[in-house]
Design a protein around this ligand. Structure first.
Ligand SMILES: Cc1cc2nc3c(=O)[nH]c(=O)nc-3n(C[C@H](O)[C@H](O)[C@H](O)COP(=O)(O)OP(=O)(O)OC[C@H]3O[C@@H](n4cnc5c(N)ncnc54)[C@H](O)[C@@H]3O)c2cc1C
Length: 185
């Protein structure tokens, strides 16, 4: 059983010393939590911690600015772009927030290109600054598709000896389609 000790702590992930202190505090709380389970939850008398997260990670604690920042309206309106590298159709907050007509929205290549830096691509939970939009793009299947697109783009750039901003989108799209990436809206 995985237990999420989702305890809010007023700590900036950019402050090394505060993060170290918070990590220590959270490990103390993990030990306390297992003691409470053993004492109060029938059947858990012999419960033990098999694994913990290797380090403190604060959701959206760090974000990477990219050439395009996917918005909540892009997600909810099921918007597609002329440089889509994948489509996605799930939102964590459904049914409160869901994609129009049960469709999909696109993740554009430009949303993976890190602003102001050439030849660096980002994929996964660190793109998308809007919290509600992030609650869709951060899901594992979305992160996986972004990672495939970023990896494919990097390989094509290396093969063509070009930069990530010079890569023709048509080449990327063709390679992704050849690898069976789903593009239906
Ligand atoms: C408790 C929890 C429950 C969740 N439940 C769900 C769920 O049910 N469904 C869902 O879709 N999503 C869920 N999520 C969200 C989802 O798992 C994450 O948003 C997603 O996995 C993020 O993917 P990522 O590739 O961006 O980052 P990660 O999966 O964190 O991958 C980053 C990788 O980089 C490695 N790394 C870090 N630093 C370095 C370094 N310096 N050098 C080399 N490697 C490094 C890390 O070890 C890690 O393997 C959950 C998240 C958490 C924390």
């Amino acid at each position: 059983m995985f237990i999420k000790l989702n305890l809010k702590m007023p700590v900036s992930p950019t402050n090394r010393d505060e993060v170290a202190k918070a990590e220590l505090e959270l490990r103390i709380r993990q030990v306390k939590a297992i003691e409470l389970f053993r004492k109060y939850v029938p059947g858990c008398e012999k419960a033990f911690i098999a694994r913990t997260s290797p380090q403190l990670c604060i959701r959206r604690g760090r974000l990477i600015a990219c050439d395009y920042d996917i918005t909540l309206s892009d997600v909810l309106e099921g918007r597609h772009f002329d440089d889509d590298v994948m489509v996605y159709g799930f939102h964590d907050s459904a049914p409160r927030l869901q994609i129009k007509n049960g469709g999909t929205y696109g993740i554009p290549y430009r949303a993976l290109r890190v602003t102001g830096i050439d030849n660096l691509l980002a994929a996964g939970m660190m793109i998308t600054s809007n919290h509600d939009a992030h609650m869709s793009t951060r899901n594992t299947v979305s992160c996986m598709g972004q990672g495939q697109a970023a990896g494919t783009a990097a390989a094509l750039c290396a093969g063509k000896n070009c930069g990530t901003r010079e890569l023709p989108y048509a080449n990327l799209r063709k390679a992704l389609e050849n690898d069976s990436v789903y593009f239906e809206s």
